[in-house]
Design a protein around this ligand. Structure first.
Ligand code: ADE
Length: 247
């Protein structure tokens, strides 16, 4: 069982989103467990405030440390020695490799900030990893937490069924996925490549592999450095490069 605990001011965002589709099925089947903990339930303030003005002045509000710490404490034992991921644009960039690393953990705690930020002392006290989903700024950490939970969940054994397998998907071997086609055989004058209708599986595999290399070269050449290619495939890539240079 893989448990995700999310410390948030907007538990409905987390539960509402992840209760659909593949993650929703995995939750129903008990393969993963997502628990959103409402930080506001732990405020001691009579108006249920969870934020205050920043010391030193400046715009915006800062989330206070005590409600976050108490929300964390409420699940810390249940979560075991789980890593605490703070969603922040200042964090380490999330990618498929980090998702694979995180999928090996039994439980994860994800802390979502809002407003201008979170009091630094609670970050120092409980956070083990600061994680960003990209070089842009969200209004809060919830969409980042949902993104991470979705990506990590589908790597947990049993979450995807055979048809949804991730054997040949983008990034699995450092390459982008090959193009896919289904019926009809012709659409708006565009035909499905003959080879896919040939029934010759070895040729189809070879063609798909080449398409992956072509696509990665055209769309994300930066990925090629880390890609796992055979000597033959390296030669194929070099031919692509040479053809381009001759143009
Ligand atoms: N919170 C705000 N922006 C974020 C980002 N890019 N990644 C993770 N958490 C965030």
């Amino acid at each position: 069982m893989k448990s995700f605990f999310v410390l948030t001011l907007f538990p409905e965002m987390i539960e509402g989103t992840l209760s659909h589709s593949i993650t929703g099925r995995a939750i129903k089947e008990g393969i993963i467990n997502v628990e959103a903990v409402n930080i506001r339930d732990f405020t001691m303030d009579k108006h249920r405030h969870v934020d205050d003005y920043p010391y030193g002045g400046g715009a915006g509000m800062v989330m206070q440390p005590q409600p976050i710490y108490d929300a964390y404490k409420s699940i810390a034992d249940k979560a075991g020695k789980a890593r605490v991921l703070y969603m922040s644009p200042q964090g380490r960039r999330f990618d498929q490799k980090m998702a694979e690393e995180l999928s090996k953990e039994d439980s994860l705690i994800l802390l979502c900030g809002h407003y201008e930020g979170v009091d630094e002392r609670v970050i120092e006290e409980i956070v083990t990893d600061e994680v960003s989903i990209g070089d842009f700024v969200l209004t809060g950490g919830e969409l980042a937490a949902i993104t991470i939970i979705d990506t990590v969940s589908r790597l947990v054994p049993g979450v995807l069924n055979k048809e949804e397998s991730y054997e040949n998907e983008s990034f699995s071997d450092g390459l982008l996925e090959y193009p896919q086609y289904t019926r009809p055989p012709e659409f708006m004058g565009r035909k499905v490549p003959d080879i896919l209708l040939s029934g010759h599986h070895a040729n189809i595999d070879k063609w798909r592999r080449e398409q992956s290399i072509i696509r990665t070269y055209q769309k994300r050449p930066d990925l090629l450095e880390g890609a796992e290619l055979t000597d033959k495939e390296k030669k194929f890539l070099n031919t692509l490069k040479r053809n381009d240079e001759e143009k």
